[in-house]
Design a protein around this ligand. Structure first.
Ligand SMILES: Cc1ncc(COP(=O)(O)O)c(C=O)c1O
Length: 340
């Protein structure tokens, strides 16, 4: 097997990426040499445009957040904030689910404890998954997105743990940590450039911490200033976990509007109906944020034409089954109430 080009201590020594043989789960983390797949949409793309979905659920822990979580943990390790330098110390993080699961799983592999603080309306599946990965979960008073401010809000509560029990917890803080954006600048952006042979014309993303949009935009615009970065936001009152309307973005210190060419507001119900179409028409098991992003890509394709568009499909549908049934009750069938 060829020597790897990666030199992270304890990871990726001899890895045959072509044969997809890895020395451990963390060696599956994405990079330019080991990118998540780009899959072309064939049935749903408006005529005259080309759209590819970047399947972030193919990451080892199932979402785009593996990139930021892994980068933030490596940064803390390299600064002596975790591991042998601080035995028994673990991670506490405010999260709508995906970052929490990535952090919890990586922490388990690395031997640290983890605690996730989550808003109350996050789907049951996401909370259970984090517990399955071995982390403790606290539910905060925020309904949908982690909000700053109150002590019992998601961010306040996580901060209190990190402050009051600093021997036990460090908080990576995905909302303010530049490493989050850098992870995308160093992996997602270069992957897209290489996978499209530099032909990418548009990238479609959603906004949460804004690490994804900021990192991708920084890299791709440095390669070609004409690449259009289009962000989608769900309409106010939405219930799409992980996403924010621009009015909710104060908390995201990584948000830099100068890196975004256009922000489209999309009716949040389309997140769910489009997720269903993506599965039924394209065979892509995309989650609701991907449904929203697809709508943005569809609108710009029909309006301007998109020569080579890449949509970041952050995660898959499996952990949103209860939310899908809530929006589309017919999916529950006659057994929706738990019948035999
Ligand atoms: C499902 C989903 N989509 C999109 C995002 C947004 O990504 P970012 O936080 O990098 O802006 C998140 C963030 O948690 C998410 O969970």
């Amino acid at each position: 097997m060829p020597e790897s080009t990666h030199s992270q201590p304890g990871t990726r020594t001899t890895t045959d990426l072509h044969a997809r043989v890895y020395d451990g789960v963390l060696d599956m983390m994405p990079s330019e040499e080991n990118p998540t797949p780009l899959v072309r949409l064939n049935a749903l793309t408006p005529p005259g445009s080309t759209l590819y979905a970047k399947l972030e659920w193919m990451n080892p822990f199932g979402s785009v957040k593996d990139r930021a979580a892994w980068a933030m943990i490596r940064d803390l390790e390299s600064r002596g904030e975790l591991g042998d330098a601080k035995p028994g110390r673990g991670i506490v993080e405010p999260t709508s689910g995906n970052t929490g699961f990535s952090l919890a799983a990586i922490a388990s592999v690395r031997g640290y404890p983890a605690r996730a603080v989550m808003p109350s309306k996050v789907p049951t599946e996401k909370r259970a998954l984090i517990r399955m990965a071995g982390a403790d979960v606290d539910i905060s008073s925020d309904a949908m997105c982690p909000l700053p401010g109150s002590e019992d809000g998601t961010i306040g509560l996580a901060r209190t743990y990190a402050r009051a029990q600093s021997n036990k917890y460090v908080m990576p803080n995905q909302y303010e940590n530049q490493i989050n954006a850098r992870a995308h600048e160093e992996t997602t952006g270069p992957e897209i450039w290489r996978q499209t042979q530099g032909k990418v014309s548009h990238v479609f993303v959603s906004l949460g911490t804004c690490g994804t949009v900021t990192g991708i935009s920084r890299y791709l615009k440095s390669k070609n200033a004409n690449v259009k970065i289009i962000a989608v936001q769900p309409s106010p009152g939405h219930d799409v976990p992980g996403l924010r309307n621009v009015s909710e973005l104060d908390v995201s210190k990584l948000y830099d509007p100068s890196l975004i060419d256009e922000i489209l507001q999309i009716d949040f119900n389309l997140a769910y109906t489009n997720a269903l179409s993506l599965l039924r028409r394209e065979g892509l098991r995309a989650g609701p944020s991907s449904g929203l992003i697809f709508e943005g890509a569809r609108i710009i394709s029909a309006r301007d034409g998109v020569p080579m568009g890449v949509m970041i499909f952050c995660d898959d549908i499996f952990k949103y089954v209860s939310t899908m049934i809530k929006h589309l009750p017919e999916l529950g069938g006659s057994d929706a109430e738990g019948g035999s």
